[in-house]
Ligand binder design. Structure first.
Ligand code: PLP
Ligand SMILES: N[C@@H](CCOP(=O)(O)O)C(=O)O
Length: 464
């Protein structure tokens, strides 16, 4: 399997090189050259199989012969053995015909663990085989960072540098990152928003001299290795409700568009998905785009679902590429508009294609809090604020007899203040994190400045 850039000007790469590259050298994102197809019979045969086996059936199609089957199976078995639920990502019925797919049973209590546990092991394997070290960078609004740090801590092949927006994550999210003191872990608090952090990360990838010198690699969902692992749970969830012989819909709390794009990939591979619903908080740029056909930035609002406080939704570029008939020049024009004027118009053909597969809705702050408290009262189920955005939006979608699955992207204990405000009840952390607030923290504060971050990394990485 080969991977092409959404901007059409970077080399076509195999799975391992696409993973190590992170962002394509032309600034685009890698997507598979073709979508492997999974037949209805094979999809139905996933029923009752262990999660790691389904993951192998799906991910091996993208890996091709680059990793020996036994090695890939071992990586997947190890990755999912660390989850604290036997099903890895269980499905819970919230109300008739509406389910929550719990993606937060990994070590850092958010859906990011599902992909990050795989990505760290597979990167480690590729680097060891090539006798290389890499510098991993990532931007986080809270969850990617903690999942990446947990997955990469202590690894000899990598040094990891995570940029978070200072003061804009929950305290639990921050401490999950800053209390990890392994020597290969470096936390940087940036004086800015998540978008500023993500811009610095992308700019470092576009500084080819720096990128090559420190052997830069990324762990945000711009890296195909993240998306490929997130495709799996769309299959396991749909199959447990009767797919491939029954359609399902998904509602996905959305920020950087990686998670919902993985749903699009599952559909492109043959999973019968009726609709993918993009759920946004007050940072509703994606809903406005679906409604109006214009992607228009208007400033980041701070919300109780901070991991979705994003305006530059990176993976939307992958969808634009697909829905514009894989026209890289159209993508280049749109991305240029975004850079020059903070917005662009989605071409009519692409917009029509997007609207066939996706719908979108927004839940504001009051609605999100009301959803948390109502769901606790009515169903005895405690939602985190991100999942609550999804549940609220899903409840407003007419889906008839088609089951609706809302992705449960984080555990409520990651956001105790918001949950307490909504319910008067403060969820406690699981035992392995019980002393989180007593642990020593270590992080450096840097200006919102690419060269300051590059200098910081150059002075510390072992890969240069
Ligand atoms: C808890 C939570 N929910 C939802 C999202 C949004 O996911 P995505 O950025 O893949 O759209 C994030 C961050 O990515 C998150 O951390
Ligand atoms: N919400 C994210 C933002 C980064 O998203 P990613 O999926 O592209 O890594 C976070 O928690 O950091």
């Amino acid at each position: 399997m080969q991977f092409v850039s959404t901007r059409g000007q970077a080399p076509v790469l195999g799975f391992s090189d696409a993973l190590l590259a992170g962002l394509a050298s032309d600034g685009g994102l890698y997507v598979p050259q073709t979508w492997p197809q999974i037949s209805a019979d094979e999809i139905a045969s996933f029923a009752g199989k262990p999660y790691a086996d389904v993951a192998y059936a799906i991910i091996s199609r993208f890996v091709g012969d680059e990793i020996a089957p036994a090695k890939l199976k071992a990586i997947l078995n190890e990755s999912y053995a660390v989850f604290r639920h036997p099903s890895v990502t269980p499905l819970v019925e919230l109300e008739p015909n509406h389910f929550v797919l719990e993606l937060f049973h990994g070590p850092t209590l958010a859906f990011k663990d599902v992909a990050m546990q795989f990505l760290s092991r597979v990167m480690d394997h590729i680097l060891l085989e090539r006798s290389l070290k890499a510098t991993i960078v990532g931007a986080t609004s809270g969850d990617t960072g903690s999942a990446a740090i947990e997955a990469f801590r202590g690894r000899d092949t990598t040094d990891i540098f995570i940029l978070h927006p200072q003061g804009r994550t929950s305290v639990v999210q921050r401490r999950q990152m800053t209390t990890v003191l392994d020597p290969n872990v470096h936390n940087i608090a940036v004086d800015g928003t998540f978008d500023d952090c993500q811009n610095i990360v992308k700019a470092m990838f576009n500084n080819h001299k720096f990128r090559d010198r420190v052997r830069l690699s990324g762990v945000n969902s711009i890296n195909w290795g993240r998306i490929v692992a997130q495709i799996v749970y769309y299959f396991t969830a749909a199959v447990s409700l009767g797919s491939a012989h029954r359609k399902v819909s998904f509602t996905v709390p959305t920020g950087n568009f990686g998670d919902v794009f993985a749903g699009y990939c599952a559909k492109a591979m043959g999973l019968p998905i009726e609709k993918l619903i993009i759920a946004t908080n007050a940072n509703d740029i994606l809903r406005r785009t679906i409604d109006t056909g214009r992607y228009e930035m208007n400033g980041v609002a701070t919300t109780i679902s901070p991991s979705m406080d994003i305006q530059i939704s990176s993976n939307f570029e992958r969808l634009l590429f697909e829905s514009a008939g894989r026209d890289a020049s159209a993508v280049l024009r749109m991305m240029d508009g975004l850079k020059q004027s903070g917005g662009f118009a989605v071409p009519d053909n692409a917009l029509a294609a997007i609207r066939r597969d996706f719908a979108a809705g927004t839940a504001g702050e009051a609605e999100t809090k009301a959803t948390i408290s109502m769901t606790l009262k009515a169903a005895g189920y405690l939602l985190d604020p991100h999942t609550a955005v999804g549940v609220s939006v899903a409840r407003h979608q007419a889906h008839g007899a088609t089951p609706m699955i809302t992705l449960g992207t984080a555990h409520p204990a990651k956001f105790p203040a918001a949950v307490h405000e909504a319910t008067g009840f403060e969820p406690s952390l699981p035992t392995w994190l019980a002393d989180l607030h007593a642990r020593e923290e270590r992080f450096s504060v840097l200006a919102n400045d690419q060269s300051a971050v590059e200098d910081f990394i150059s002075a510390r990485t072992r890969a240069a």
